[in-house]
Design a protein around this ligand. Structure first.
Ligand code: WT7
Length: 651
């Protein structure tokens, strides 16, 4: 029997879901009357301008519609309704800058900023259904820009500030954006990094004819090129704009945002989310998973460039009127105590971060005891969360003991860009915790483990993670590519009606708890960043010297996985110093093509790749080689078994 950690009774006493009976009662309600359950939640958690009469429309499955005839505005729900209830003076955002300066923005203040940006965009012709790309670092302005788009019914697509000009260009072109909002430079760990000039570069690559304006937030004052008629400072766009802006009331299915994420094949997919269902789940999971209370100070360390920064920074916390910290910097600047110092400084009570960050801070505090969390006053913490990748039990225990002082439940939240919000997670006041398990599906989320034919497998036997019923915050389609949506997430092999998450899972025989066993497709998870092996391979073969490339993940103690690339050149295989230099060149090449997060840790050169007689690259074998292992499988079906030896030695 694994050791379990029961919720502290003082926590349960105040919790939104105080015990497992309450959890089971909600699950039973959803089982009994699925639409009634979700309809009740949507009425209780959101303010509707026009109430919906129909909860779920499955007539065009798997293109589901939720609350379809209801109308609402997301920014109204995130701002105005709190102000109308007297919370205008409450702090919405504590902005902690890279250099340690900080400032508070109230709900009224945020509302005014959002309205002025919204009015400024409207004045330039941006309206309902137009796409706006946001390429910004962590800032109040970044969140305000997202909410401003929501206010006028524009669909935003945030592109992570670490992506290259080429990656940005592809996303702008695919989305057909009419405006790009960016900033002059970003500050990270005391360094200034360009953003605006990367937008210039991206637009110069072509294919972005839809872009009429580039709006630039002045963060550092660093020099930027100004293209007249196209570029405008954010402060000029906002100048003279009134602090009120009539919201654009949209149907619940109106696309709130597109967020590009990696799949196992092809180019990144523009995951399209709706307005009503998405916001419902962002708000409700704030209440359930994070047990958010009016006096909490909440901090999620994610970036708005990822879905976590959408659901659990821009939308969830504001939808429930919470106070949150928004952090511009990095965990290791000025030293690796920055997270703990920031928690102490702002009295953070709910902290949500990624296992990679925890593991690297464990290492850092082993090296330098001065930055160990126990040197800081973390007594305000009452709940800890983890997201993005599996958290190993050692890291879980350290987080629980050294950060949470053994008094804070740890919620290991499993979800995806496509799911919009938490799917499988403990409820902090109810669920007995088992380190390394994300425990149980939230009420109304019909998660299950099936075999390759879509049949349920018994608990204790691993299989494929699926969701059996649609849920309100699910992906609606892939932008511009409904066929790919259907094929990727509702494959025929599983019967066409199960949502395929892309992860393997196993449920415990005794508890029914889920443990995620990792991706079952060619998607890597490096430091919680999701990347397709194909994307990296395409970047490598775009290099003039590369003939062929295969990329696999290699387990890593800190980053979860690291990228290992096997490369065949058009010329002879280099050795010694030539190989080292070329490997470095290719790593930098990938950083330029996609972004630094996609840089392979290791590049190995071979005369060929292991292939079947039909020409399929055997990535399974490459994974073994990447780990330094010996291939013991039968390789008689390989076209060229001898290549394995060469690649094993090519370290
Ligand atoms: C993939 C989704 C979740 C938002 C941020 C990442 C992995 C995510 C967990 C977890 C084990 C996890 C899965 C998933 N993943 N959370 N708690 N335990 N694995 O969103 O970039 O869409 O990545 O991240 O493999 O499929 P994403």
């Amino acid at each position: 029997m694994q050791s379990t950690y029961l919720p502290p009774s003082a926590f349960s006493a105040r919790a939104a879901i105080p015990d497992m009976d309450a959890y089971h009662a909600l699950c039973a309600h959803a089982e009994r009357d699925y639409e009634g359950y979700w309809g009740m939640q949507a009425r209780a958690n959101l303010d509707w301008q026009v109430p919906f009469t129909r909860v779920l429309d499955e007539s065009e499955a798997p293109f589901y519609r939720w609350f379809g005839d209801g109308r609402l505005n997301v920014s109204y729900n995130c701002l105005d309704r709190h102000i109308e209830r007297g919370l205008g003076g409450k702090t919405a955002i504590i902005f902690e800058a890279d250099d340690g300066a900080f400032s508070h923005v109230t709900y009224s203040g945020l509302h005014a900023r959002v309205c002025r940006i919204a009015n400024g965009l409207r004045a330039r012709g941006v309206g309902k259904g137009d796409r706006v790309v946001i390429y910004m670092a962590m800032s109040v302005e970044g969140v305000a820009a997202m909410l401003a788009c929501a206010r006028i019914g524009a669909t935003h697509s945030v592109v992570f500030g670490g992506f290259s000009a080429k990656a940005l260009q592809e996303r702008i072109a695919d989305a057909g954006a009419c405006v790009v909002i960016t900033q002059d430079e970003q500050l990270r760990g005391g360094k200034r990094l360009p953003l605006k000039s990367i937008v210039d570069e991206a637009l110069a690559l072509g294919g972005c004819g839809s872009v009429k304006h580039v709006v630039v937030y002045q963060r550092t004052g660093g020099g930027v090129t100004h293209v007249s008629d196209r570029d405008i400072w954010l402060h000029d766009l906002m100048a003279d704009q009134p602090e009120r802006c009539e919201p654009e009331w949209v149907g619940a299915e109106h696309p709130l945002f597109i967020l590009y994420t990696s799949g196992s094949t092809g180019t990144p997919k523009g995951v399209q989310h709706a307005s009503g269902g998405y916001l419902l789940w962002a708000a409700l999971t704030m209440k359930w998973t994070f047990d958010i209370k009016p006096d909490d100070v909440y901090w999620c360390t994610a970036d708005i460039g990822w879905v976590t920064g959408h659901s659990y920074i821009a939308y969830g916390p504001t939808a429930v009127g919470a106070t949150q910290v928004i952090f511009e910097g990095v965990p290791t600047y000025p030293d690796a105590g920055r997270f703990w110092q920031t928690i102490e400084r702002h009295g953070v009570s709910i902290f949500y971060t990624a296992p990679t960050a925890i593991r690297s801070l464990i290492k850092a505090s082993d090296m330098d005891p001065a930055v160990h969390p126990t040197n800081y006053d973390l007594s305000t913490l009452r709940l800890l969360g983890s997201v993005g990748e599996p958290i190993n039990p050692e890291a879980w225990l350290w987080y629980h003991r050294q950060v949470g002082g053994e008094r804070c439940p740890v919620v290991d939240t499993f979800w995806q860009t496509e799911t919009g919000g938490h799917m499988i997670t403990p409820l902090p006041g109810a669920t007995p915790l088992v380190p390394g398990s994300c425990t149980l599906a939230l009420p109304g989320i019909m998660a299950a483990v099936v075999d390759e034919a879509g049949q349920d497998v018994p608990d204790g036997q691993g299989g494929i993670l699926v969701v059996k019923r649609p849920w309100p915050s699910m992906i609606r389609t892939i932008w511009n590519n409904p066929k790919r949506y259907q094929a990727s997430y509702f494959p025929e092999e599983l019967g066409g009606a199960l949502y395929l998450a892309g992860d393997g899972a196993i449920r415990d025989k005794d508890t029914g708890y889920f443990t995620i066993t990792g991706r079952i497709d060619d998607v890597l998870n490096v430091s919680g960043h999701r990347m397709g092996t194909m994307e990296i391979e395409s970047a490598l073969v775009a290099h003039p010297l590369v003939a062929e490339a295969a990329v696999v993940g290699k387990p890593d103690d800190t980053t979860g996985e690291s990228i290992c690339a096997f490369v065949v050149l058009k010329k002879d295989r280099p050795g010694g110093a030539d190989a080292t230099a070329l490997a470095q060149e290719l790593r930098n090449w990938v950083a330029k093509e996609i972004g630094p997060i996609a840089k392979p840790r290791e590049v190995r050169f071979g005369d060929n790749l292991p292939k079947t007689r039909s020409g399929k690259i055997m990535r399974r074998l490459l994974r073994v080689l990447a780990q330094g292992g010996v291939v013991t499988q039968d390789v008689s079906t390989l076209e060229n078994p001898a290549i394995l030896d060469q690649l094993a030695k090519a370290v």
